[in-house]
Write a protein that binds this ligand. Structure first.
Ligand code: UT7
Length: 329
């Protein structure tokens, strides 16, 4: 019997309407459009406004049209994996909130936290449930409302992040298409450079933690940059080598969108020119778990069945990795 592979059978994104431009940020912090553009590649990002609007709102915004596109009834979904660092609540899992919203009454679900590498970890994880033959329809969504944990008086972080969601459907494939291989890595010693100090069990929320702004993203950008630029490129090169892929065999690199300079370094290492690199950092910024599926969504019409695609990410933790898939439609 042919091996069952797990393939992406549809992709959909959702971004909120509000556009936060570099120009507007110039009024909030001491920065310039020129600095942000040249150091990061970001021009604008989307922000989810309104009370009581959590990450699940954007996840559902991506998933409902995805179900339509893939001709899926909510009750057919077996599993929902939500990759996020900004869950609606600490518990229950945002995946469960999403399941209830979309009527996935037969699904189980859980959240997965691997910071900016979360979507990569989540499709790798989700693919296992399909390859064993146990489940048929796995929804994987990468979503973050980064604006909920960003200090808009800190110019080092507020210029980078944006809000958004992207979702894919994973289903069994018997033509050998879909996810072929992945390399996933983590190193907790990187915690010191990128974390959120308070609001967890180590330092629960208090008046003091709020006053000290400890519920916001803390990042030592230059240190993270150094690790990101080498590790993301290494993982992408390793997955190519492991699978005997030459530069000309790779149709697309789908990189996490943290900084255009990190993306360029990874593409260079793989021997790819910019025409084969998916980008959305200029108009969405760093949407954390949303970056990769949002790229796939915007480039979907340019993809062909059988295309070799390499996904690569680096994020807090540290976490990083690369995944090789063959596009299935
Ligand atoms: O997605 C999760 C993983 N995260 C990443 O991969 C992010 C990796 N890091 C980066 O992308 C970059 O480090 C940043 C974009 C965050 C920062 O760029 P950088 O070139 O590493 O800048 P820096 O932090 O080394 O700061 C250089 C200078 C500093 O001024 P001095 O000390 O040289 O006078 C900063 O104060 O730039 C200053 N600076 C700014 N200036 C204008 C920092 N932020 C800004 C700003 N506008 N927004």
């Amino acid at each position: 019997m042919a091996k069952i592979t797990a393939a992406i059978t549809g992709v959909q994104g959702f971004v909120p309407d509000y556009i936060l431009t570099n120009k507007e940020l110039e009024n909030l912090v001491e920065t310039t459009d020129e600095w942000i553009s040249s150091r990061t590649g970001i021009k604008e990002r989307r922000i989810l406004k309104g009370d009581g609007q959590g990450s699940s709102v954007m996840a559902v915004g991506a998933i409902l049209p995805l179900l339509e596109k893939t001709n899926t009834k909510p009750e057919e979904i077996d599993l929902i994996i939500c990759a996020t660092v900004t869950p609606d609540m600490v518990f229950p899992a945002t995946a469960n909130i999403i399941g209830a919203e979309i009527g996935a009454i037969n699904a189980f679900g859980y959240d997965l936290n691997a910071a900016c590498s979360g979507f990569l970890y989540a499709i790798a994880t989700g693919s296992q449930f399909i390859e064993t033959g146990k489940y048929k329809k796995v929804l994987v969504v990468g979503v973050d409302k980064m604006s909920s944990i960003i200090d808009y008086t800190d110019r080092a972080t507020c210029i980078i992040f944006g809000d958004g969601a992207g979702a894919v459907m994973l289903e069994p494939n018997n033509e050998g298409l879909g996810i072929q291989d992945f390399i996933l890595k983590s190193d907790g010693t990187g915690m010191q450079y990128l974390h959120q100090k308070a609001g967890g069990s180590r330092k629960p929320a208090s008046m003091e933690t709020v006053q000290n702004k400890e519920h916001y993203v803390y990042q030592e950008g230059a240190a993270v940059f150094k690790f990101a630029v080498t590790n993301m490129a290494d993982a992408a090169a390793q997955i190519m080598q492991k699978n005997n892929l030459k530069s000309e065999d790779v149709a697309w690199l789908v990189p996490h969108q943290a900084n255009k300079r990190i993306i360029d370094a990874t593409a260079n290492r793989m021997g790819l020119d910019s025409s084969r690199v998916m980008l959305n950092i200029d108009h969405f910024g760093n949407t954390t778990n949303g970056t990769i599926p949002l790229c796939l969504w915007e480039y979907e019409s340019q993809l062909n069945k059988g295309d070799n695609i390499v996904l690569a990410a680096f994020g807090g933790g540290f976490t990083w990795g690369a995944l090789y898939l063959k596009w299935a439609y």
